[in-house]
Design a protein around this ligand. Sequence first.
Ligand code: SAM
Length: 290
Amino acid sequence: MMSPDRAHVSVLFQSVIDSLAPRDGGRYVDATLGAGGHAAGILDASAPTGRLLGLDADPTALVRASENLARYGARALLVHSNFENLNAIAAAHGFAPADGIVLDLGLSSMQLSDAARGFSFLTDGALDMRFNPDEETTAADLVNSLDEKELADLIFEYGEERASRRIARAIVDARPIRSARELAEVIERALGRRGRIHPATRTFQALRIAVNRELQVLDHVLPQVVETLKLGGRVAIIAFHSLEDRRVKNFFRETKGLRVLTKHPLQPTDEEIVANPRSRSAKLRVAERV
Ligand SMILES: C[S@@+](CC[C@H](N)C(=O)[O-])C[C@H]1O[C@@H](n2cnc3c(N)ncnc32)[C@H](O)[C@@H]1O
């Protein structure tokens, strides 16, 4: 169990707040609310009347965030939704056009440390990995039902894992696989253990991306971000792996009506990485609607 303080650490917190430059009276959207860390920073910086719409696909995150943001009262409006519905929800609640939008992609330390969610290969939790438990397909469904080639392709494409075929073969031989730890052990037996990074890391990433359709929903939300922003409004996006970051970078570069404010992505300092290892691979890109 992580301490509450640890679970609250928001990646690149100050950079996000500085980039969005929230102001009194502004309307902001945090499309990946999590524990509400960035959201609180935006509400503080836009006091006394700035408002924030917070979205999360995970109902557990909303419970936590609503506690953490209770002190802002009606300035914070929290909605359970996938951010692929950004446009419609922002419009329905009076947050379009918005002065700023933040997306801090991927999963939170709360989700990672919750054994029952199956995100971490260190836990005995069922292989679930859904951000939203209302979605149908779990990681266990994929692991136990795809054929060997489909599994190998998925692990290669979403995990950028070169040993995907060997892993897929080992998984098929070991099925059924029920828990996160079981899957990690199957992969470790197949690949052996070298270095600091667990050999199952890329496979877990691949499954999580597939279960949550992470690249598809990112592709859906990016054009909506532009439509939802007002002129002069800013978007800040934190990506945690190259598949995401490449999409954000190319979209920013290729989209008329966006001015890129980060020639190179902003990354955490060594100090931040020590304090919050999850920030290790974070890249923040910021653009302005012009
Ligand atoms: C990295 S955490 C956000 C942490 C947050 N910025 C903070 O400061 O506490 C990412 C959150 O986004 C949520 N999430 C991921 N993909 C989502 C999606 N497509 N739609 C809505 N929420 C999503 C996850 O459930 C998770 O709670």
